[in-house]
Design a protein around this ligand. Sequence first.
Ligand SMILES: [Zn+2]
Length: 190
Amino acid sequence: MAVIDLGRRRLLGGAMVFGGAMLAGTPAFAETMTATGAAERRLAFRNVHTNERVDARYYGPSGLDHQGIAEINHGLRDWRTGQTHVMDQDLLDLLGDLRDRLGLAPRRGFDLISGYRSPETNGRLKERGGAHSGVAGKSQHMLGKATDIAMPGVPLATLRAAAYTMRRGGVGYYPRDGFVHVDTGPLRTW
Ligand SMILES: [Zn+2]
């Protein structure tokens, strides 16, 4: 993951960014954060199925906060099977930026309907069909790159519109089920 990021940042930002990241001993991800001017990056959410809450910092003044990232990964685990996955850090940024774009405070929590999904869970949901028609054979949820979310107090259509304008991956709208799917896969909408 870090290697891939380094490669991409190098392409985007040139050798200076790459060199800086190496000197600091942190992945290019940290450089990205510094570039945005944010000293701290947080995510908060509540799993609507288990009512479990997470409010963690994943990036601080000295770089990635690995304990916070572990808490977030745990919170985004497949709650049906208990399996944890290393979530895509771009997804954490996407969620944080989405919240910021809505003008909400860093500790305002999303409602989390679905995060990581194990192959077993994905297969079961696919068989069952119904609610999540976005359950595909190669779901971004299985790659740790997707969440199904809502934001209490924010109309679902507003959340969708904000995600659309970010153009950072897939955005699916499920008004009947009360959530928006966002992922860091290819740019697409449904
Ligand atoms: Zn989804």
